[in-house]
Design a protein around this ligand. Structure first.
Ligand SMILES: Cc1cc2nc3c(=O)[nH]c(=O)nc-3n(C[C@H](O)[C@H](O)[C@H](O)COP(=O)(O)O)c2cc1C
Length: 435
């Protein structure tokens, strides 16, 4: 991508269909169903109008729980990833279609076949976010696969991705258009021939999301794209440098792995208006009840008798895994240190529980006028804090409209975003080497 330093580096853009958490302001009348196809279609069409690289679905294979009850402060439930993407293939032409599918709970042959099918149906636009899935209780839904330790999940994922790629490669080779691919290791014992011809991309695009050293190495060894949480400028630069170093250590061209942090944004006519809007959105995202549940997940205790508009609980967190909140991907690793930091912050800024949760959990990455947001995005990519962004809107499904109408044209004027799609496949549009 990018080319010489005098050229403007191209910004890669991804539209994240909002998940079932409180990033979306579900109480806003503009927020519609997270299940109806019309919502997926609207967001995908908007992304394609904005010349985004791909549309992206996260996945949760079990409903979130809090204190043994379904966590129902936001919306609950979402349809199957591949089914939605297949339907979207018929209402879009160029947009990539990326689905999160767990390497812990699926089977390589089946998934390789499903992704190859999506690649055929969409004319070369399929992508797979190969996650390991982080919570043991999801494993209860999959008795056969069960749950694995963190390190085992990455070992299985590496073996899984190798097998999936092997099946993609075995298509179109050998007698009758396919050769037998064999995988025998600790996790798999498979000998199979693909049932489809070679996919248009050969190998559909593989994305990785996982932040530990093992996760980063897994991506450095085998992914085309990383979906990260490091959207801020300095943390983004540190993450970018770390991952590209790992990519080089695996003997790969650093440009062959794209780093795409998830970010949120608010645009306004003036900087002051954008700041005001952003703060308003944050308090809508974090209701009093949401703040208490968030605090409970860190303290590991019932805090329902606390006033969200009052001071932080004068209690120590319960350190052992109480399972009070299950099914979130973002868990605090060290509750004692986190609570200590929060106490200091709350005292210094005189924050209530709700103010504190707003402060630590829901800050938008880009806030400003369309001009300043476009300039910030170009700066992040130029300075290698990222190769682009996964935009997570706070309204479902219309939340990308203002970005596409107001920021995209400015990125195009600066030469940082394509005016038209030029590649035949997602891989080509992303500027990745052939699969
Ligand atoms: C940005 C990001 C997004 C993720 N999205 C999902 C998801 O949609 N579904 C899922 O099952 N796991 C998801 N995960 C979980 C990871 O696959 C992984 O299991 C978890 O982060 C633990 O690995 P780590 O210690 O390497 O981060 C996500 C992780 C990250 C960092």
């Amino acid at each position: 991508m990018g080319g010489s330093d005098s050229e403007v580096r191209q910004v890669r853009l991804v539209a994240h269909f909002p998940g079932v958490n409180n990033t979306t302001v579900w109480s806003d009348p503009a927020s519609l169903s997270q299940i109806d196809f019309s919502s997926f279609e609207q967001l995908a069409r908007t992304a394609e109008r904005g010349r985004f690289d791909y549309f992206f679905l996260a996945e949760g294979l079990r409903l979130r729980e809090h204190q043994g009850q379904i966590h129902d402060l936001d919306v609950v439930g979402r349809p199957d990833t591949l089914t939605v993407l297949a339907a979207l293939a018929s209402v879009t032409e160029h947009l990539g279609l990326a689905g999160t599918l767990s390497a812990t709970y699926n089977e390589p042959y089946e998934l390789a076949r499903q992704l190859a099918s999506l690649d055929h149906l969409s004319g070369g636009r399929a992508a797979w976010n190969a996650v390991t899935s982080s919570d043991a209780f999801t494993g209860e839904n999959f008795r056969r696969g069960g749950y694995l330790d963190h390190a085992d999940r990455y070992e299985r994922a590496a073996s899984f991705v190798r097998a999936v790629r092997g099946f993609w490669d075995a298509a179109g080779e050998g007698d009758g258009g396919a050769r037998t691919a064999r995988y025998h290791d600790r996790f798999f014992d498979i000998e199979a021939r693909p049932t489809l011809p070679r996919a248009p991309q050969g190998r559909p695009v593989v994305i990785q999301a996982g932040d530990s050293p093992q996760g980063r190495d897994f991506a450095a060894a085998s992914a085309d794209v990383i979906f990260s949480r490091h959207g801020g400028f300095e943390e983004g630069k540190a993450f970018y440098a770390d991952v590209k170093r790992r990519v080089r250590a695996h003997g790969r061209d650093p440009e062959s792995l794209l780093i795409m942090p998830g970010v949120t944004y608010t645009v306004g006519d003036t900087a002051a208006e954008a700041d005001e809007k952003a703060l308003h959105v944050r308090y809508q995202q974090v209701s009093g009840q949401t703040a208490i549940r968030f605090a409970e997940s860190v303290w590991g205790r019932d805090l329902s008798d606390h006033d969200p508009e009052g001071p932080l609980p004068d209690l120590d967190p319960v350190v052992e895994d109480t399972g009070i909140t299950r099914g979130r991907t973002r868990l605090v690793r060290d509750p004692v240190a986190t609570v200590r930091e929060w106490r200091e912050l709350a005292e210094a800024k005189r924050l209530s529980i709700r103010d504190l949760v707003v402060e630590v959990s829901a800050r938008q990455t880009f806030v400003g006028t369309p001009e300043s947001v476009a300039a910030d995005i170009v700066t992040h990519v130029r300075e290698r804090a990222s190769d682009g962004f996964v935009l997570v809107p706070h309204i479902t499904p219309g939340g990308l409209d203002d970005f596409v109408d107001r920021v995209v044209p400015l990125l195009q004027e600066r030469g940082a975003l394509r005016a038209e799609y030029t590649g035949a496949t997602l891989r080509e549009n992303l500027g990745l080497p052939p699969g």
